[in-house]
Design a protein around this ligand. Sequence first.
Ligand SMILES: Cc1cc2nc3c(=O)[nH]c(=O)nc-3n(C[C@H](O)[C@H](O)[C@H](O)COP(=O)(O)OP(=O)(O)OC[C@H]3O[C@@H](n4cnc5c(N)ncnc54)[C@H](O)[C@@H]3O)c2cc1C
Length: 395
Amino acid sequence: MIDLGQFTDEVRTFISENLTPELKRAGELCAGIYADQPVALEWHRILHKQGWSVPAWPEEHGGTNWNLEQHAIFQRELILASAPTITPNATRMVGPVVIAFGTDEQKAQYLPRIRSGDDWWAQGYSEPGSGSDLASLQCKAVREGDHYIINGTKIWTTHAQWSNKIFCLVRTDNSGKQQQGITFLLFDIDLPGIEIRPLISISGDHEFNQVFFENVRVPVAGLLGEENDGWTVAKYLLQHERSGSYAPGLKTRIELLKNFAAQEGNGGPQPLMDDADFARKIAAAEIDLSVMESFEQKIFSAVNNGETVGAISSAIKVRGTEMRQRVTELVIEAVGYYGLPYQPEARAFETNTAPIGSTLAATALPQYLNDRAATIYAGSNEIQRNIMTKAVLGL
Ligand SMILES: Cc1cc2nc3c(=O)[nH]c(=O)nc-3n(C[C@H](O)[C@H](O)[C@H](O)COP(=O)(O)OP(=O)(O)OC[C@H]3O[C@@H](n4cnc5c(N)ncnc54)[C@H](O)[C@@H]3O)c2cc1C
């Protein structure tokens, strides 16, 4: 029987001894979904040294053999400490599919370098016109001897500018059902014929890109699973993308917000928390958050007992992302005009520029703008609602 209290202490001690002030500051000032790669990589390497960079992988591939409670504790403690959030592309997306579908050579080639952070991966799924309806994708791959020749484009490719590898869904056959002619490929992102163009988000941040492929020669050795059966691999991967919990991050953010509002008045003489209307909004958000948290724990315990959770995970995705957006709106209300200065230099890694008006103020507007995307990525909320209407209401 594992002593969870002792495990929590062990995680806390590790974090307090290893999360440097610079990394913690970068975690607090991150306005995007994931930390920029230089920050994330530094933290990933520290976790790797401890043997915790891929905790959910099987032990034989460098995982931890923790139970589900231990994983939840680890995630919660990282969030509560404001550790940088690392993109899941390598450790929680392509890693698990290589473990499940890869050949022994592919496992030996890719897994150790994901674990150590030597390879950084981008996800090439979406295309212009193929997002929710992913199976309609058209980026084409034609087999020519030992290579696939790729032509087409991928869009919204998060952190492609920092990646040296990409996993891509490509169209290898058009004759049958849409899902049947898709193939899953792994390759270097700097091959001749690949061009990465930045897409700057409304907050001014560079998180994602459009990637163009013109007669790119990809070695057949990068084929994961069977040709034309990439949809099976893709679906397996999406299960990993959509796991995770919202409550710890939201709780941390509301705490920061309450501390700020207890001191600042948003132009008025009294702290904002003394304003009955604002205090009521905070209380309502906290109540909804605690309901969501109990739902998350219910799911967590169901998974722990080996039960299938079905459409409840869609409900959590909808609730969690809507709550995120609501909290960003409250933060904007609290910081008032302190939220107006555009200060990317204060949010940069290893800078000595202090944020104007507090950490919360420096991230308020970019986080508000970035979080509009939360109801779109990882399966849009409309799609999640469709899933619920079918699975729960039987419509
Ligand atoms: C921040 C961010 C990061 C991303 N990173 C990546 C990445 O790294 N790699 C990658 O491959 N992709 C990435 N994506 C893309 C993401 O997966 C897609 O944006 C998402 O799947 C939605 O697809 P779309 O943008 O084409 O919108 P569409 O599918 O065109 O949808 C447009 C609107 O129509 C609604 N809609 C669509 N179909 C239905 C329906 N059947 N019923 C009801 N409403 C519907 C949608 O909910 C949405 O509101 C990212 C997106 C964002 C926002």
